[in-house]
Write a protein that binds this ligand. Structure first.
Ligand SMILES: [Fe+2]
Ligand SMILES: [Fe+2]
Length: 270
């Protein structure tokens, strides 16, 4: 076991205090310190205790907002802040910078998809799969697909819509396990509702099953939190597959234009 010398000396009251100690006292202190550290390491390896569905439900009335509100509309640290205005003809990049930011999770998922040689449709789907969480969280697969559908390939929209369902079902062959994150946020005894179970049944026999499945495979939370990611490596894929409207997102009369406008002006009272 490695000893952090500085932490060890500090735990004894600093260098001056250590200098006053006898050789035996120092040896004993070190042994004691290492025992404590070992206990800490063992404790850290205990399996995490996940909440139950009932415990999660009991938290509802402890918050001033609902868990399903999009991240642009709430703050879990005091009041919300003034949000920067969108340009007149906003692009996907503008939304990434001003409304989806920091977007680490989707950028890291897309980076992984690119590294593992996924098709461009899947890399794009990974890049966009959770962006709608800025707007709304429940059923984010369906909302996300609807937001992007007018602008992206059909396969990418299909992958975004159904990744939400497949996240609840392990697939050993594809290398996808049920995520600990879901035990944490839904409760360890959670059962997905019937419409999710029915959607899964439909997907299992669908010729495009692997499209949303590959989003789930690349949809990980265990990335290095310090990894530096940016949208730059995806420029070409966005250029080839994302139909940026010349009027700007929100002003092209597409079926999801209003969703972009709501994201652009989250402080509008109506
Ligand atoms: Fe998701
Ligand atoms: Fe995700």
């Amino acid at each position: 076991m490695e000893v952090d010398r500085r932490a060890f000396i500090a735990s004894l009251g600093g260098v001056a205090a250590v200098n006053l100690m006898s050789h035996e006292a120092k040896a004993e202190a070190l042994e004691h310190y290492m025992e404590e550290k070992l206990d800490e390491m063992v404790a850290a390896q205990q399996p995490e205790k996940f909440p139950t569905v009932a415990e999660i439900e009991a938290q509802i009335e402890t918050r001033p907002y609902r868990r399903g509100a999009g991240s642009v509309f709430t703050s879990n640290k005091g009041n919300v802040k003034i949000i920067e205005k969108m340009p007149d003809k906003p692009t996907l990049h503008d939304f990434f910078r001003l409304r989806f930011a920091p977007a680490n999770h989707v950028l890291q998922s897309a980076t992984r998809a690119m590294k593992t040689g996924m098709s461009e449709e899947i890399v794009l789907a990974c890049l966009l799969h959770d962006c709608v969480l800025s707007l709304i969280k429940p059923d984010h697969g369906w909302w996300g697909a609807q937001l992007f559908e007018p602008y992206i390939p059909e396969k990418s929209a299909f992958a975004i819509r159904y990744h939400q369902t497949l996240r609840f079902y392990a697939d050993d062959d594809a290398g996808y396990e049920y995520p600990d994150q879901y035990y944490r946020i839904f409760g360890h005894d959670y059962q997905p509702p019937q419409y999710i179970a029915d959607t899964y049944k439909m997907l299992k026999n669908h010729k495009w099953y692997m499209e949303p499945r590959l989003v789930t495979v690349n949809d990980l939370y265990a990335f290095d939190p310090n990894a530096k990611v940016s949208i730059d490596p995806f420029e070409d894929i966005i250029g080839r597959h994302f139909k940026q409207p010349k009027e700007g997102l929100g002003y092209d009369n597409s079926p999801s234009a209003h969703m972009w406008r709501t994201l652009a002006r989250p402080d509008n009272p109506l």
